[in-house]
Design a protein around this ligand. Structure first.
Ligand code: HAM
Length: 421
């Protein structure tokens, strides 16, 4: 009977999702540990929120006019009749958790980080998935533009540790509730005049949320958007000062950046600062990370009036260009001969594992030559030889695969050698 190794279509991974196989998982872990290490140096602590939330949380937080809420949410009704949504982003969940647990009353700084999967029903392509992963950070209660710059500097520090080079940092200010309405009105008028040149989606946006026209990828819409008035000419005094201070702080940190007046980002909640780090290595989906300030979300959720700022980095995108060399694993392969040696070998494996040595044990009976062949395939660093003689003497053979060097010793002596190397 022949077995077809190709999985039937219905058993394959869902479009837009990916398995992370062991050979890639090492890089994921490296990224996660560098991110943790970096964020904790700036006083951030991990906050893990659930994978799904009440749908209203994203409608209210991410925004009714955003593409995410109008087109991309994985929403379902649970058995209790509640509308739930797999999180498309993390920011609203953090704000909810702060309000729910009154974290604002704790003495610790309100700086949080998180990493995990997000879900958006977008058209899958290179760099764009339906289940993707973000590393996310959020800071609350810091009004000063210095923190906006520090957040950007921290992103830059992490990218450097990841070996990601040739990036560009784009910054902008999208104003606040005081100054944006006038800008929105000016955009609405400008878009109204060019309505027939816009795609049907942007024709709708021209009335509902003209700022979103800047996000459209259609060349015709981008050409129209280039003729629109710029937000810089509409910023109120406070937003103007905030933006100037951000740029001055970035200069102080020696972070090179480009002011991109059309960087409005696809989420509704931003106020003042928005930023993105893009890479020319990525193709069409060129944003490695994006973020900004959102000073009204917490109070709009009915919580205290506390401002926030943060960013999220796409882990798949970063890993596709990161230069990571995870440390090479060291492992000890157990080569035993016969039933008694196997029992003794298992005891030894337990001893070495308890003492922090990775041991590879397989339960298929093999001759010594086959054991070595297998150890080679598994790229084991050492082979521990346990035969009848060794058991009698209580001294075992340890062979270093790369050099062929072999020593003999009691288990404690061998452990000392393994630790040394
Ligand atoms: P965002 O720009 O929607 O922002 O996503 C941030 C990053 O996630 C993007 O720059 C990209 O690298 C990655 N990303 C987004 N969608 C996909 C996808 N479909 N496939 C692969 N990667 C993707 C946010 O999510 C905000 N919550 C960021 C933030 C935090 N703003 C303030 N605090």
């Amino acid at each position: 009977m022949t077995v077809d190794a190709t999985p039937k279509k219905e058993l394959a991974a869902i479009k837009g999702t990916k398995d992370i196989l062991p050979s890639e998982a090492e890089k994921w872990r490296e990224l996660e540990s560098l991110a943790r290490e970096t964020f904790e140096l700036y006083g951030y602590r991990e906050l893990r929120a659930p994978l799904f939330e009440a749908t209203e949380l994203f409608e209210k937080g991410t925004g009714q006019a955003s593409d995410i809420v109008t087109k991309e949410m994985y929403t379902f009704t649970d058995k209790g009749g509640r509308s739930l949504t797999l999180r498309p982003e993390y920011t609203p969940s953090v704000v909810r958790a702060i309000i729910e647990h009154r974290l604002d009353l704790q003495p610790e700084p309100m700086r949080y980080y998180f990493m995990g999967p997000m879900f958006r029903y977008d058209k899958p392509q290179k760099g764009r998935y339906r289940q993707f992963h973000q590393v996310d950070i959020e800071v609350f209660g810091e009004k000063d533009a210095a923190v906006d710059a520090e957040v950007i500097e921290m992103a830059d520090a992490l990218l450097r540790k990841l070996g990601v080079t040739r990036t560009e940092t784009l910054v902008n200010s999208v104003g606040c509730r005081a100054c944006r309405p006038a800008y929105g009105q000016a955009l609405r008028e400008a878009a109204g005049k060019r309505k027939s040149d816009l795609c049907p989606d942007c024709q709708r946006k021209a009335e509902t949320n003209p700022l979103r026209i800047f996000d459209c990828k259609m060349e015709a819409c981008q050409a129209v958007a280039r003729s629109f008035p710029l937000i810089q000419d509409f910023l109120c005094e406070e937003c103007r000062r905030h933006f100037a201070k951000l740029l001055a702080c970035l200069d102080l940190y020696k972070i090179s950046y480009r002011v991109e007046p059309r960087l409005v980002r696809g989420l509704d909640y931003y106020t003042k600062t928005t930023f993105e780090v893009v890479s020319s290595h990525l193709g069409a989906q060129n944003a490695l990370l994006g973020g900004g300030r959102y000073d009204d979300m917490m109070k709009d959720f009915g919580g205290p009036d506390i401002c926030g700022i943060g960013f999220a980095m796409g882990m798949e995108r970063v890993l596709s260009i990161a230069e990571l060399t995870p440390p090479k694993r060291k492992s000890l392969y157990l080569a035993y001969l016969g039933g008694e040696a196997r029992t003794a070998g298992l005891e030894l494996a337990r001893y070495f594992r308890t003492n922090g040595v990775e041991c590879l044990v397989e339960f298929k009976d093999r001759g010594m030559k086959a054991h070595f062949g297998r150890a080679n395939k598994l790229q084991a660093t050492w082979v521990l030889i346990v035969g009848e003689d060794e058991m009698k003497k209580g001294r075992f053979g340890l062979k270093e695969m790369a050099t062929g060097r072999q020593v003999e010793g009691a288990r404690e002596e061998l452990l000392a050698i393994l630790r040394e190397r």
